[in-house]
Design a protein around this ligand. Structure first.
Ligand code: CP
Length: 301
């Protein structure tokens, strides 16, 4: 059984193996388990990309998808997350994908649950499949991570994407930098140094823009969207200062004209929609890893 809870728990070799497998899926590889498998998707926070790309990945792998609706489930009667997952395990789920607002929600599950848990995002904690799809996108562009200048910009403190990516990129040999409002820098910065935006755009191979996570702010933290865009956003004039082959990434959803100018979202350097496409292949690879048992797989492509 293979959980995927954080990117931190994966060795570099295992990350590269998942990326290799994901690349094969993105090129049309087909794989399906030899016996019927059920996967339950439990999303306790809103999601478009993660939820639906897991569902597409599951269907491409021939898995039976159990879409859990928290609002119409016994969670409304007070059932705990642990009892909910234990129930799904008892009725035949072979793996669960969970997004939950609580950091490290999985700590209360791992001892008693014996099916793989795939983390689709925990509070401000981790988002391992987002990291993997970001890595795949960078690898397709630059082949190796060693020496790559990646600038992560924006709401670092509240971003599980920033935390996961800073850790893994540093391990893989990239140079990680942070930019944005200094009050949003935090312990993720042990993996990189702060650079002002006007310098960041000149050194970056990858500008990784982040959404302002208003839903995680205890109080209003920016005076206006226009001011944020001018001070910390990827404006059209800043994009003009970027290196010839550098790219723009963003995990989305995007606040157009806040962290990034709307006209740049689909510009030549943008890999934002490519990231989403890669999300399906990465999730196919992660699901295969979770479900694969010796002697129980068939390759059909
Ligand atoms: N990037 C990402 O996790 O998007 P969703 O919140 O839509 O899943």
């Amino acid at each position: 059984m293979k959980h995927l809870l954080t990117i931190t728990e994966l060795h570099n070799e295992e990350i590269l193996e998942i990326l290799h497998e994901a690349q094969q899926f993105s090129e049309g590889k087909a794989w399906t388990p030899a016996t019927d498998k059920f996967v339950a998707n439990l999303f306790f926070e809103p999601s478009t990309r993660t939820k639906f790309s897991f569902e597409v990945a599951e269907k491409k792998l021939g898995l039976h998808v159990l879409n859990f609706e928290s609002q119409s489930s016994s969670v409304q009667k007070g059932e705990t997350l642990y009892d909910t997952v234990k129930t799904l395990e008892a009725i035949g789920a072979n793996a669960v994908v969970i997004r939950h607002p609580q950091d490290h929600y999985f700590d209360e599950l791992v001892d008693g649950i014996s099916i793989p848990i795939i983390n689709g995002g925990d509070g401000c904690g981790h988002h391992p499949t987002q990291s993997l799809l970001d890595l795949l996108t960078m690898q397709q562009e630059f082949v190796i991570f060693q020496g790559l200048n990646v600038v992560i910009v924006g709401d670092i403190r509240h971003s599980r994407v920033a935390r996961s990516n800073a850790d893994v990129l540093k391990r893989l040999g990239a140079n990680v930098y942070f930019s944005g409002p200094e009050q949003w820098m935090d312990d993720a910065m042990v993996n990189g140094n702060y650079v002002p935006m006007d310098e960041a755009v000149k050194i970056a191979d990858v500008m990784m823009m982040l959404r302002i996570q208003h839903e995680r702010h205890a109080f209003k933290m920016i005076s206006s969207k226009e001011e944020y865009h001018e001070l910390y956003g990827l404006t059209v004039s800043r994009e003009a200062m970027m290196k010839k082959n550098s790219i723009i990434m963003h995990p989305a959803p995007i606040n157009r004209d806040v962290e990034i100018a709307s006209s740049l979202v689909e510009c030549d350097r943008s890999r934002i929609f490519k990231q989403m496409t890669n999300g399906v292949a990465v999730r196919q690879a992660v699901l295969k890893r979770a479900l694969q048992h010796k002697g129980e797989v068939v390759y059909i492509g």
